[in-house]
Each structure stands twice: as structure tokens, then as C-alpha cells.
Ligand binder design. Sequence first.
Ligand SMILES: Cc1cc2nc3c(=O)[nH]c(=O)nc-3n(C[C@H](O)[C@H](O)[C@H](O)COP(=O)(O)O)c2cc1C
Length: 357
Amino acid sequence: MNSFGYRFKFTSFGESHGKAIGCVLDGVPAGIKIDENFIQEQMNKRKPGKNKYATSRKEDDNIEILSGTFEGFSTGTPISIIIYNTNQKSRDYTNVKDLFRPGHADFTYFHKYGIRDYKGGGRSSARETATRVAAGAIAQLMLKEIGISIQSGIYEINGIKAKELDFDYSLNSEIFALDKNIEEEQKQAILGAKVKHNSVGGVALINVKNCPVGLGEPIYFKLDAQIANAMMSINAVKAIEIGDGIKSSSLNAYENNDQINSKGFKSNSSGGILGGISNADDINIKVYFKATPSIFIKQDTVDIYNNEVNCELKGRHDPCVAIRGSVVAHAMMALVLADMILLNMSSKIENIKKIYK
Ligand SMILES: Cc1cc2nc3c(=O)[nH]c(=O)nc-3n(C[C@H](O)[C@H](O)[C@H](O)COP(=O)(O)O)c2cc1C
């Protein structure tokens, strides 16, 4: 199952150490200006090797659009994008060829398929998430045309939480920190773990502005359900919170309900979604990433013959995947919203009449 979405549908392909990764987007409306610089900017935000807070694996992550555009605009036909892998170091992985790295998908892929691409995790590697960022950038180009904008940043690292949120500041922060006063503490937590050959987890915050009322398809394609599905499909994501999420289960209704006046909702505990449908308020979600599983500390594991062995990893890894992961979460949010916009167009006869009558 390598496709995501219903109308704005995205299929990815490729492995960490294969020749290339890529995606095909089907259902993209014709006439969208495909700004390749914007797509590349998004790719550059996720790409590895930029600073000491990310893996030193260097990938250019240059995108090449193979189809679906003409003179800079989408044509309504499948848009395919390829990204060549330029820095595969297979030798880094020969020591783990027969063993299951703790926290990775090695164990489950091997037992499910009976064969495993051990080079960098193969298909289970987060290398695949680069394709989502490319697809998500195209979704963002569509959303921009109708005034919907998405912002994201790092809320929490290793339990150290932002107190103030500044999405503009996060754009220029090496760790996409939302709070400049907490950023240094968060950076030190990452570097502290890195020196000890360990890693830390973190939380990304995604905010959507100008989302119209009506996105989301109850009962089984609710907006919050699809957002959760999208976010949980990202490597290392272990939880997702919509609006006040966890807190709302300990509040009473009077505290939790968003009261309404003639201008709209007076608060936003719901995170902009009621009954699985957007209510035109900001959509706010938190995405929880676990600590990067590859660490350079000796760990217990078994090999493919079930012998108990030590796992001693070498190579390169991200000391905190939440940082680059936040860019992927941003892209997935765009893909969900683009899909929901197209689905919602047929929700009322009025909409259909506007086109056909
Ligand atoms: C952008 C991104 C980069 C990642 N890079 C690494 C990495 O360098 N090393 C690593 O061990 N895990 C990395 N991961 C996480 C693993 O891919 C993931 O934890 C693993 O495949 C197991 O899947 P699960 O944690 O979703 O169960 C990364 C995740 C993301 C989102």
C-alpha cells in the first residue's frame, strides 16, 4: 500500500540505497502554476547534511519533473517526480546485514516478506519521505491558489517545550524552533545526546490558516482521521494530537467546549475540526516523533537465525528526526487538505450547478 489520498492521489516508490526515489501524483487539477523553485525550497528544508543537528548523509535532493506539466502549469495528467540517490554508502550497513536493529523495521519486514533490503533500511527508510515533501509542495501550490496556508515548526525536543510560538522565526532556525528563547536549550539537548552516541525525540506543531468550513468526509474519511492516518504513516511518529487533544480528556465540557458568537468560535480546543469536518478556525496539530532508533551504543538483539548478538552500529544518523520530520508532517498536511478540497467539491448540488448549469 504505497498510495495516499482519494482524489488528489500520491504514490511513492524507491528505496534508501536504490538508484532513485520518486512519486506519481494523480488527480492534480490542470492550470496550477508549478513553481519548481518552491518545490526545491521545500526539499532543501528536509534534506540531510545541512548542519550538526542532522545526519551528515549528503543528498542534493534535486527534483526532476518527468510528466504532467506544460510550460510551467499542471495539465491534469499524472505528475511524476524523480529524485536520484546520490550518496548511497552501502558499506556502512554490511555489519547489520543479518541482524535486526532495535527500534527499526528490520524485524517486521523480514518476518513479513522473508527478504530484506538491509541497505539503510530499504523501503522502510525515511529516505522515502523526500518524495512526500515533493508531492506535498505541489499540494501546497494548489492550496495557495485558494488562500489556504500551512506553517510548521518544532514545539518540543526531549521534553523541552516552546512557551511562545513564532512560525516566522522557525523558518530561519537550524532546528525550526518555534521559540527563540528555548531554542538554545533544545539544541543543547540534541547535541548532548549526540556526544553520548544517543538521540532524542521531539514534537512538531502544524498550523493551518484560512481553511474553509466543510473539509472532511464523515464517517470513515473524517478530516481528523485522515490527518492522523497521514501523520502516523511518517517514520518514527508515535502519536498525534488534534487541538487540545490529550488535555481535553481531563477538562470538563464547560472548559473544553469552544463557545460561538456571531464572529465565530471564541476559543479553539477542537483544533479547527468538529465531527470530522473543518470549522473554518485554525487547524492545530502536534506530531510526536520518537528518538532516532540508530544510536552508536551497544544494544542487545538477535540475528535472522535467532542467535543473540550485540548490535553495534556505525554510519550516519539524525540525532533528532523530529526536525526534518516536521517538514514531512507539513507536506502530509498539505496532501490531506488538497484531497479534502477536491472531495468536498461534490458535497452540495449548488457546487455542481456552478460548473455544469
Ligand atoms: C525525516 C526522517 C529521517 C529519519 N532518519 C533516521 C536516521 O537517520 N536513522 C534512524 O535510525 N532513523 C531515522 N528515522 C526514523 C526511522 O525511519 C524509523 O524510526 C524506523 O523506520 C522505524 O519505524 P517506526 O519508528 O515508524 O516504527 C527518520 C525518520 C524521519 C521522519
